[in-house]
Design a protein around this ligand. Sequence first.
Ligand code: GDG
Length: 468
Amino acid sequence: MTAADFVVVANRLPVDSDSDGGWRHSPGGLVTALEPVMRSTHGAWVGWPGKPDMELEPFDFDGTRLIPVTLSAEDVELYYEGFSNDTIWPLYHDVIAAPRYSRPLWEAYVQVNRRFADAAAEATAHNGTVWVQDYQLQLVPAMLRESRPDLTIGYFHHIPFPAYGLYSQLPWRRQVVEGLLGADVIGFQRVADAGNFARAVRRLLHYETRASGIRVPQPDGTIRRALAKAFPISIDAASYIELAGREDIQARAREIREGLGNPAHVLLGVDRLDYTKGIGHRLKAFGELLAEGRLSVEDVTLVQVASPSRERVETYAHLRDEIELTVGRIDGDFDTVGHTAVRYLHQAFPREEMVAFFLAADVMLVTALRDGMNLVAKEYVASRTDNHGVLVLSEFAGAYDELGRAVTVNPHDIEGLKDAIMQAVNMPAAEQRRRMRSLRRRVLEHDVEDWSRDFLNALADARKGATG
Ligand code: GDG
């Protein structure tokens, strides 16, 4: 196997297996963002093919070399569903759910991270660049640096990094920070995340940090400089504009409204069914507005797309029950034969249908309790080429730092959330246009290609001046 100069390491490969044994691109911003770099560098991608016990040789797909890492059913349970999604995910989202601290889960995480690091080390050419993605692989940067000191290593963290007061709960807090510090550049969504990380480094390791730089002492007594900085991720805005311009998708948006009985206002939520997204808070506020008569089911419908997620993790199974109970109650109390209060869809849809939902919605509700970025907010804004529609956006989503012209909310404040929904529903068209223009400007000026370019440029620069 010829080694590649540029290698991405992520929990998942950028493909899904289809029913006839072939592969298709799994849709996602990361894949789109990295496509140009992958092509121009003949890059490779190390990741899990998505099903347990799948033993596959490396293969080429659409100009990229894919290097599968096999995970057994036990690995999936302990490393992926366990440590990644039941320990790190809740801890890093400010303990909205209780994190599980368990030594066997940690041991599996270390062991699987080692396997990803070994696969990346083997796949990368001398002096090559490796870009590690996300919280499932926080130990990979240091493991790689140890086996391959010639490499330039980047890491991007897609979810929040919590304040030290919470982070310090993690029994393996020191190992995780040391794992991340193996990278030359550690990228975060928000300035606050990078700050939280730098503080954890100071508290746990007593290394010197200045602005975004961290001085990492090496075993030989020299200092290596690492950079911990915000690189807010974005979307492939042009592809949303293109979909929004398609006549068939616009017709579908009209059909969706008709199917809802043509209410005056359509509210929309689109989330993975995850406790970080604040779906329950959104439903509570909406239900109270109906109960108080401030909104009527004749005029307003909330469409909630909740795509199935992590269903084997117990907290997620509970969440689903809770949300479905709430939806059932609201609909039972307020539906009429011709109108529904909440149209709940526990399904995944093709991207075309998602854009049709965006075009059908007068108000987009993003009420996350904690979210690294929240791409849905940016996708809604990019799709609204007509400058109509209102984004209600939680201040706890990373997108808040860029999309200040949204109607911003603290989703824990149910009265405030209710007022924000009313403000959005009643917003005059001229104000919608003013706000939407400014939101769109930001998303269009900073798309996902800019994000990957900014990160990779910083990585190239960091490596040049790394030692001294
Ligand atoms: C993590 C961080 C950060 C959802 N349902 C369907 C569907 N989606 C698409 C959305 C969007 C993506 O999935 C979800 O991205 P988010 O950013 O909203 O949230 P997470 O999945 O939690 O992502 C997050 C992100 O990583 C990137 O760094 O922003 O904070 O948690 O693109 O449109 N797409 C389709 N059908 C669905 O039913 N086609």
